[in-house]
Structure formats: C-alpha cells, structure tokens
Write a protein that binds this ligand. Structure first.
Ligand SMILES: C[S@@+](CC[C@H](N)C(=O)[O-])C[C@H]1O[C@@H](n2cnc3c(N)ncnc32)[C@H](O)[C@@H]1O
Length: 247
C-alpha cells in the first residue's frame, strides 16, 4: 500500500512547472513534501513509481533511489522499513531529500553525484529511479537549473541508458530495478536493454496523463519525429521492472 501520509489532498495552489504537471489542471495529490526552489516536486511519474515501490517487500531491504529529487521514493521505502541510500546530482535536491527523510522520521544516506558512481558500495535488493527522460533539443545535458530534472538529450535516454547499463550488476540475486518513464523515451528499448543485461523484464504499471507544460512545448517536434501519434495530447507513463534471477 502506498504510504499516503506522504501525500495530501490537492490544494488549490498553482501546479509546479515540470514535464508532467499541466499549466491549468489541479494536481491529483499534493505531496506533503517541501522542495527547495528548482527541485522537482513529486508529480504523476513520482507517484506512480511510489505506488509500485510501496507494494514491494521493503522491510529490511537494501534500497537505492537514483535521481532522488525531493526524496519521496527514498522516504517511501524507509517508511516501510528499508535501509535506504539516495543519490542526486543537484545540491539542492540532496538538501531537500535529507530534509524529507528527517521530516518523516526516516534514516537514510543521501549523496551528491552521478548515478551509481555516487552510490554507496555493494549490491541492492531494489534500485528505483524516476530519471530525467524528456527528449531535448540537444544532446548536451543541462549542468544546472530545473531542466536538469527532465532534459535527457535528443533521445530522452541519456540517463535511462546509463542506469540500464550500470544498475543490473549492482542488484542482489532476486533483486529488482524499477524505472519510470514516458512512452516518448521508448519503453521497448528499456525492456530490451535490461533483458540484454540478463534481467527478467515486465511492465509493472502504466498510467496515461495529459501533457504538462514541458511536453506541450516539445510535442510538435516529437510528433514530427514520429515519436508521438498525430494529435496526441497525452502520454503514457510506464514503470518497468528488471529482475535479477535468484540463486
Ligand atoms: C524527474 S526528477 C525525479 C525526482 C524524484 N525521484 C521524483 O520521483 O519525484 C529527476 C532527478 O534526477 C536528478 N539527476 C539528473 N541527472 C542526474 C545524474 N546524472 N545523477 C543523479 N541525479 C541526476 C535531477 O537533479 C532530478 O532531481
């Protein structure tokens, strides 16, 4: 069960700009999580992954949250008894995630840096991530600012591919990687990459949502590139699971 003490009914406040939050639509839930300016406030993708995460066997599990942002996923795992570490490249995200863990009475180590290079040593029962996945105009990744939370190169896969390449080797036998992203970043390719790394793969959850402001701005280019169907005004979010076989 999702730990809904971490979220609250939507207030009437304006939504936080981001790839999935629309400009003029009330948000379905407002996380009881405060974020420093420029840090990604939890949105539909965060909540979809959190709901899958919350139904995993977490008590005593070793869980790594890559691209932690607000720390919602790390706090969800910790509230269910997991031993948690989290990583983000943004200094403000690291401070926010530490604040979130403290605020919800959870323990966890939050480190600043690049994906698994910054993670504590060892292997994990569960690696979770809601990485940047929105196709951008250029391949160079932003080095600062809010766009770092969603811009992921022209393919939208710069961070996804790095996770698919590095995370499987860091899973314990029987451990899983849970990744959320939009259909525009090619779900089949994620499944293939993880299968090629020897994982058993499946789609654990799907949710269709209207475009937020970032997707609205990029939709025309994505339609022209054949990555969205003509006239599309919504996108499907997918949670992919890659599981390492048990011993
Ligand atoms: C879409 S946000 C997700 C935040 C949070 N996990 C959630 O679900 O709401 C992506 C996060 O990835 C972080 N990020 C981007 N590139 C990264 C990298 N190479 N290593 C670690 N974190 C990164 C951003 O700073 C941002 O906080």
């Amino acid at each position: 069960m999702f730990d809904d003490s971490l979220i609250a009914p939507a207030p009437r406040a304006a939504p936080v700009p981001g790839p999935t939050a629309p400009a003029a639509r009330p948000r379905p839930a407002a996380p009881r999580i405060r974020t420093l300016p420029g840090v990604y406030a939890p949105q539909e993708d965060s909540l979809l992954l959190a709901s899958v995460l919350a139904s995993e066997p977490l008590d005593g599990a070793r869980v790594l949250d890559l691209c932690t942002g607000s720390g919602l996923l790390a706090a969800t795992a910790a509230r269910h008894g997991a031993q948690v570490a989290a990583v983000d490249v943004s200094r403000r995200a690291v401070l926010t995630a530490r604040m979130t863990l403290r605020r919800f009475g959870c323990r966890g180590e939050v480190r600043r840096g690049d994906l698994l290079d910054a993670a504590p040593d060892g292997t994990w029962d569960l690696v979770v991530s809601n990485p940047p996945y929105v196709p951008a105009r250029e391949d160079d990744l932003p080095r600062a600012g809010a766009r770092r939370a969603w811009d992921a190169g022209r393919s939208g896969r710069a961070i996804l591919d790095a996770i698919c390449a590095a995370a499987p080797a860091r899973l314990r036998p029987g451990g899983s990687l849970l990744l959320v992203h939009s259909e525009v970043a090619d779900v089949d390719l994620t499944l293939r990459r993880l299968r090629d790394q020897g994982l058993e793969v499946e789609v654990a959850a799907r949710q269709r949502i209207p475009f937020g402001p970032v997707m609205q701005r990029r939709a025309e280019a994505l339609r022209r590139a054949g990555r969205l169907r003509p006239g599309a005004t919504d996108e499907e979010l997918v949670v992919v699971r890659g599981r390492r076989a048990g011993e």
